[in-house]
Design a protein around this ligand. Structure first.
Ligand SMILES: CSC[C@H]1O[C@H](OP(=O)(O)O)[C@H](O)[C@@H]1O
Length: 355
């Protein structure tokens, strides 16, 4: 597995009262760790995807509020709680879609309220404890996701994934990539196609980086190549993460995921969403109620990634053309007129000039 899992994504350093994160905007070029000591720094790290992925955002917010509250010097609960709520609401405003951010902070608040009758040292302690529990439960959940997921797969399978739902998106191990890592440990020799995932390229920058670091056979493709590799029979299952699962199973995930799902259905390929139950939101009856984050236009219009955006030496598949099946074409228009399916007779007539 290489040293992928020694690379921690997020933790709390109470010695320096800091939330420590691996700055994922520097990957794959550099592994840079940041010690965040203010609410503004933590908010910005979540917003700018320095730490990202639904579970990782939840763990970061839990640790973040625990760290920030260690420095609050009041002795009455009302003042302490007022400050807690102020920080909680501020961190909640960083990104709207991943439900783990809100679930984790709600859980921190509930734990604190259960201890309101104790003293300031206890309030600070229980926040540290709850944040650690959230992280540990996330790591355990990801490993179980791996076990369930790998039971659906067979050795040697070709897999496709979109965005990054691996070790970097959680506290440890991953969700969509958890079965891949477990399979790797068992010698299953999966081959994985990683969609680059425009515009922020989590697939190129993070998934390809993770899988290569773990020794998994990964091939980076542009998003518009997913259909071709599926049509070539090189994909037997699609594995993706999730940011919020509605009560009816509708799932919000990185932009482009629904398109991959349509392709998978067309090619008869199983499409699996993987994530912890902490990402399920029963308060959302359907996907219609999920708030979809909209981000800055410059992420699309600017070539912000003017530096290397994939790990050195990663395999790349870069076909210049692909074939769209006739059953997907509504009409063919030429100087001789318009042909509708089935095209054969008209095309033959045109070519043999038999009219
Ligand atoms: C395991 S959750 C991963 C999930 O989060 C990603 O979004 P972002 O990179 O913007 O935080 C993406 O939707 C992944 O599938």
């Amino acid at each position: 597995m290489g040293n992928l899992f020694t690379m921690l994504t997020v933790w709390a350093d109470y010695g320096q009262n800091a939330l420590v994160i691996l700055d994922q905007t520097c990957l794959p070029n550099r592994e840079v760790y940041l010690a965040l000591k203010t609410a503004e720094e933590i908010w910005e790290a979540i917003y700018s995807l320095k730490v990202r992925g639904a579970p990782a955002i939840g763990v970061a917010a839990a640790y973040g509020v625990a760290v920030l509250m260690q420095g609050v010097e009041v002795t009455d609960f009302e003042s302490f709680y007022r400050e807690f709520v102020k920080v909680k609401k501020y961190l909640e405003s960083s990104r709207p879609t991943a439900v783990n951010l809100f679930m984790a902070l709600d859980r921190m608040e509930a734990r604190l309220l259960r201890h309101r009758g104790e003293g300031v040292k206890d309030w600070k302690r229980v926040l540290r404890e709850e944040a650690e529990a959230i992280r540990e439960e996330d790591a355990a959940a990801c490993k179980r996701i791996g076990e369930w997921g790998v039971s659906l797969l067979r050795p040697g399978m070709g897999l496709l994934t979109h965005c990054n739902a691996g070790h970097l998106a959680v506290s440890e191990y991953g969700t969509a990539l958890a079965p891949v890592y477990l399979g790797q440990e068992r010698g299953y020799a999966f081959s994985v196609f990683a969609d680059e995932t425009r515009p922020l390229l989590q697939g190129a920058r993070l998934t390809a980086y993770e899988l290569q670091k773990a020794g998994v056979d990964v091939t980076l493709i542009c998003d518009n190549m997913a259909s071709t590799v599926m049509k070539q029979g090189r994909v037997q299952a699609v594995l993706v993460g999730c940011d919020r699962v509605a009560a009816n199973g509708d799932t919000a995930n990185k932009i482009g995921t629904s398109g991959v799902a349509v392709l998978a259905k067309y090619y008869g390929i199983p499409f699996y969403v993987l994530g912890p139950t902490s990402t399920i939101d029963m308060g959302c009856p359907t996907g219609e109620q999920i708030e979809i984050e909209e981000r800055a236009r410059e992420e699309v219009t600017e070539k912000w990634y003017a530096r290397r955006m994939a790990p050195e030496g990663v395999k790349v598949y870069n076909p210049a053309f692909d074939v769209t099946s006739a059953d997907l074409i509504t009409a063919i228009i030429t100087e001789r007129g318009i042909a509708y399916p089935p095209f054969g007779g008209t095309l033959r007539m045109w070519k043999e000039k038999t009219f």
